[in-house]
Ligand binder design. Structure first.
Ligand code: 3PG
Length: 223
């Protein structure tokens, strides 16, 4: 097993990780409104030409945040993301080469898994938080309830097709630590530079999570 870098402790304090598709570094800085709303771990997907610049800009402007890079697909993505300042990596897949590359850069990686075999393999490679992806399309909370019996050690961050309305059904499960979603920052929010609206969505997500029974935790399985 390749030892994996420990996950950032801040991850235990947030129920939702906003998934940002942003190409303008200035708007990335504005999306720091999420921090004012209480969400201090952000994922910037590497799906826009200037995504790495966005990672760098958010790191510079908001040193109190944990900035993750998402859509990590190969070793080059790992290297470029870490060099841009990413402190955490998310991937839609669970390739062994990604685990090795992240480990060699000393950066924690949350690999994407969907089946029990993928989940167990990622765990065996040392990953202590798994991205259940694509969550809604793969069966949603029922899948995580079903694997809890045979694979009780696993902890998940479901992502893909999750909304403010469906978030609670995931967070109510004891093997779910947080969810990821792009609903908090839509293209229209960025276009309108609606930072107050983004902050309000972050605060609403935390309120809904607490209502669903989610609490900040120092769970050793996550940190
Ligand atoms: C992604 O990588 O696109 C994330 O899974 C976000 O999915 P969502 O847009 O369905 O929230």
């Amino acid at each position: 097993m390749t030892p994996q870098a420990p996950l950032p402790a801040l991850l235990s304090t947030v129920p939702v990780i906003p998934v940002l598709r942003i190409d303008d570094p200035q708007r990335g800085v504005g999306a720091g409104a999420l921090l004012a709303g209480g969400l201090s771990v952000l994922e910037v997907t590497l799906r826009t030409p200037r995504a790495l610049e966005v990672v760098r800009a958010i790191r510079g402007a908001h040193p109190e945040a944990v900035v993750a890079a998402g859509t990590i697909l190969d070793k080059t993505d790992v290297r470029r993301a870490v060099e841009a300042g990413a402190q955490l990596l998310f991937s839609p897949v669970a390739e062994e080469a990604l685990s090795a590359a992240a480990s060699s850069m000393d950066c924690p990686l949350v690999p994407g898994v969907c089946t029990p075999t993928e989940m167990a393999s990622a765990w065996a490679r040392g990953h202590r938080l798994l991205k259940f992806f694509p969550a809604a399309a793969s069966g949603g909370p029922d899948v995580l309830t079903a694997v809890r019996g045979p694979l009780p050690q696993l902890r998940f961050c479901p992502t893909g097709g999750i909304s403010l309305a469906s978030m609670a059904s995931y967070l109510a499960l004891d093997n779910v630590r947080c969810v990821g979603g792009s609903w908090l920052v839509r293209a229209a929010d960025l276009e309108a530079q609606d930072w107050a609206g983004i902050e309000a969505k972050a605060a609403a997500a935390i309120e809904a999570a607490v209502a669903a029974g989610w609490r900040p935790t120092a769970d050793e399985a996550v940190t």
